[in-house]
Design a protein around this ligand. Structure first.
Ligand SMILES: [Zn+2]
Length: 245
């Protein structure tokens, strides 16, 4: 069977001296893997028609057995050229792509997830150079998956005072609950929790990217959000690149 779908590469690997394997997030089929035969030959029809962070239309033959399909054609629809000019924005796009690649199961259709990926890449072109963008994007990702950290109250008793972040509890817990349940908490100064709350409530990153942060605040946000992402999404260590920003 031949399928046509909109798709964005998640990762590309060499398969032979002339062919490539490309993992894609597609709008209609979820995450799929294709072999692009001859993709590295000078006159290949695939050349220039797909790229990381870019949206293409993909035609491929599905395999009856196995999950490596055969690419037939692709056509570049939306190249997102800003990532060629702005390495910091490209770094944010790389982190977002790695996050989707590591956390999306194969062949599980989810058009909403594809739309979120497209939206975050579009926003990364404009705002991805900012340190705060990726934190905002990760909170959006958490909300999409139903794992938005609860940051305004204790997740156990609802108290709004003396809060500290507990990764395993899915957000903040109060001092008495953390003592009673012997919960491990992270250093969570009120200013950091307030910043994350404001990012979480914003539909767009326009406010988040204007947040003025000290080096200490940046480190605390990287630590707190990074631990949360690793715990809830089992994601890999892609976050430390942010320290460069
Ligand atoms: Zn409590």
């Amino acid at each position: 069977m031949i399928l046509k779908t909109t798709a964005i590469p998640l990762a590309c690997y060499p398969y032979s001296s002339t062919s490539r394997i490309v993992h894609w997030l597609t709008r209609h089929q979820g995450k799929v893997s294709t072999l692009l035969k001859g993709a590295l030959r000078p006159h290949s029809p695939f050349r220039g028609e797909y790229a990381l962070f870019s949206t293409s239309e993909l035609l491929y033959f599905t395999q009856r057995t196995g999950t490596l399909h055969t690419g037939k054609e692709c056509a570049l629809l939306h190249p997102r050229p800003a990532f060629r000019r702005n390495w910091r924005a490209m770094q944010s796009a790389s982190c977002i792509t790695a996050l989707f690649n590591k956390t999306t199961p194969e062949e599980a259709p989810c058009p909403e997830l594809f739309e979120l990926f497209e939206e975050l890449l579009d926003l990364a072109e404009e705002y991805g150079h900012s340190f705060s963008f990726l934190g905002w994007a990760e909170l959006r990702f958490c909300a999409h998956h139903g794992h938005a950290p609860q940051l305004a109250n204790c997740t156990l008793c609802g108290a709004a005072e003396s809060l500290a972040f507990s990764v395993a509890s899915g957000g903040t817990v109060c001092t008495s609950c953390s003592k009673e349940k012997k919960l491990a908490t992270l250093s969570s100064p009120p200013d950091i929790l307030a910043i994350l709350r404001s990012w979480q409530q914003a539909d767009q990153p326009t406010g988040a990217v204007k947040t003025q942060l000290t080096a200490q605040q940046k480190n605390q946000i990287v630590d707190l959000v990074g631990r949360f992402m690793r715990y809830h999404f089992n994601s890999v260590e892609y976050y430390p690149t942010l320290n460069l920003m």
